[in-house]
Design a protein around this ligand. Structure first.
Ligand code: GLU
Length: 506
């Protein structure tokens, strides 16, 4: 609703803006999550685009934990967040557990800094102490609801005299510190959305900067830290765009130059609907658990998030982090919501799996993971998970599957275990018995030779080829459909194919 009051002015062409940072010293950007839970896709996109921006301009990425709202803090989420970022290949240059010259990088460890800076605003008269009780604020809210007006603080304590303030302080009355909002339209050039003008005071009363418990609010800590940490560009989600003019007013109150701001559009489903936190598809951790590779996820985000030249019909190319940084252009990010297309994620994962298979070390790791996966999926079975078989399966599978986990589903279970259900087709055991020596004599067990020999066998025995294929498919895989029979036989290998046929006849 608040957005309707934001007036979009004519965007300033990007080329007029770029020189401002490209010619200045190298950029410093930050990712500033609140540890309120898991890292979700939107957060990952923000971190990634900050990383790409920093990397492409040889700048630095700072990780700052914004935990001033202690009531929303979730235990363990800082570590989980750091792990998710590491997993995704997003390395920060400064941050908690990395260090740097502007630490501490966790806001709850910077309370003395905020005290020092809030005093400056109290001293210069741009902030004031507010003694209003929660009860009074609730009454104001209820009143506003009754009269259908915007609920906002009425700035009453702005007008307390020095004497009144001292009296309340001496009496130990709890108080917070509020910022004196000026009622004028603030303007800034959003690097993605263009010119934005907004008068915060239309919708808000004087905002709290410091709570009565001595903790700063997000807005205050965010501004102080961005300034003290030398942040040159703030790239964050569009949900914060509404707060930016308020932040600019706080910068002005300090006499500081604000950084550049760019807001990343919303990420939405393919049909334009909002991503829901209840859907499992927002947690980075869930993607990882489902067998999505980090580079695939990162590429997937960039495919919907924009920021790159897009050649229509050019197909998908999996890009390394270096390639992405080199090709990234802030001005190519559209201000329209970024639509996710889940098919592209599968495509990216497939490409990444192929890339890994081509690399000797990564291929070894892939084989080991699949061996483990198969053993865990069929713990009671006698399995062939030899290096050779597993690698052969992987090479065959990359054209068909997008995750290793697909290979232990019902569809592909035949690759590892003897099918239990072979009664799908009518099976002529005598015929199969006759086929055994034919297969045994094959020195070249590849699908072309297998197929040719099966055809000859059919002619000699006066059996229709499709009928034999149907029987073999049943015996070998327990499936009514799937990969070509000769292909399947090559994949299983001579020994395993014969084993299955013989076991069936018995
Ligand atoms: N702490 C805010 C969040 O978790 C970050 C806002 C910002 O980047 O300024 O979304």
């Amino acid at each position: 609703m608040l957005y309707t009051t934001m007036k979009l002015l004519t965007p300033i062409p990007y080329f007029m803006l770029t020189h401002r940072y490209l010619t200045s010293k190298t950029p410093r950007v930050r990712f500033a999550p609140s540890p309120t839970g898991y890292l979700h896709l939107g957060g990952l996109r923000t971190a990634l685009y900050n990383k790409l921006f920093a990397k492409s301009h040889k700048g630095s990425l700072i990780l700052r934990i914004e935990d001033t709202d202690q009531t929303r803090k979730v235990e363990g989420s800082i570590n989980a967040l750091i792990q998710d970022l590491q997993w995704a290949g997003i390395q920060c240059d400064e941050g908690p557990s990395i260090g740097g010259q502007c630490g501490p990088y966790i806001q709850s460890e910077r309370l003395d800094i905020y005290q020092k800076y809030i005093s400056k605003l109290l001293d210069n008269g741009t902030a004031y102490r507010c003694f209003c009780t929660e009860r009074r604020l609730n009454l104001l809210r209820r009143d506003a609801m009754r009269t259908h007006s915007i609920p906002k603080y009425d700035n009453r304590c702005r007008n307390l005299s020095f004497g009144e303030v001292m009296e309340k302080l001496n009496a130990g009355t709890p108080n917070c510190i509020r910022f004196k909002l000026s009622s004028e339209c603030q303007f800034f050039e959003d690097l993605i959305f263009g010119g934005i003008a907004y008068d915060v005071s239309i919708n808000e009363g004087d905002p709290v900067l410091m709570k009565s418990d001595g903790f700063p609010t997000y807005h205050f800590a965010n501004v102080v830290d961005d300034h003290l940490m030398g942040i040159s560009h703030v790239l964050r989600g569009v949900e914060w765009q509404i707060s930016t003019t308020k932040h600019i007013l706080i910068y002005k109150a300090f006499g500081w130059k604000p950084p550049e701001f760019g807001h990343l559009p919303l990420i939405v489903n393919a049909d334009g609907t909002k991503l829901s936190k209840r859907q499992s598809d927002v947690k980075v951790e869930d993607y990882r658990r489902k067998g999505v590779y980090p580079l695939a996820l990162v590429n997937y985000i960039t495919l919907s998030g924009g920021g790159f030249d897009h050649v229509p019909g050019a197909g998908i190319r999996l890009k390394s982090m270096d390639d992405l940084a080199e090709e990234f252009q802030l001005r190519k990010i559209s201000s329209h919501p970024s639509r996710l297309n889940a098919d592209l994620l599968d495509e990216c994962n497939k490409l990444e799996m192929r890339r890994r298979l081509r690399d000797e070390n990564e291929c070894r790791a892939l084989v080991a993971t699949l061996q483990q996966l198969v053993k865990c999926s069929y713990p009671k079975e006698k399995l062939n998970v030899s290096q050779e078989h597993v690698k052969g399966v992987l090479e065959w599978a990359t054209a068909r599957i997008s995750r290793l986990e697909d290979l232990v589903t019902d569809k592909y279970g035949f690759l590892w275990i003897l099918p239990s259900n072979s009664d799908l087709a009518e099976i002529n055991k005598d015929l199969l018995e006759k086929l055994i020596p034919v297969l045994e004599s094959l020195s070249n067990y590849d699908q072309i030779h297998i197929k040719q020999n099966l055809r000859d066998f059919c002619t000699e025995n006066n059996v229709k080829f499709p009928i034999l294929m149907k029987m073999l498919r049943s015996v070998l895989s327990g499936l009514a459909e799937g990969p070509g029979v000769a292909e399947m036989m090559q994949l299983l290998g001579k020994q395993q194919s014969l084993l299955r046929i013989k076991a069936f006849i018995k």
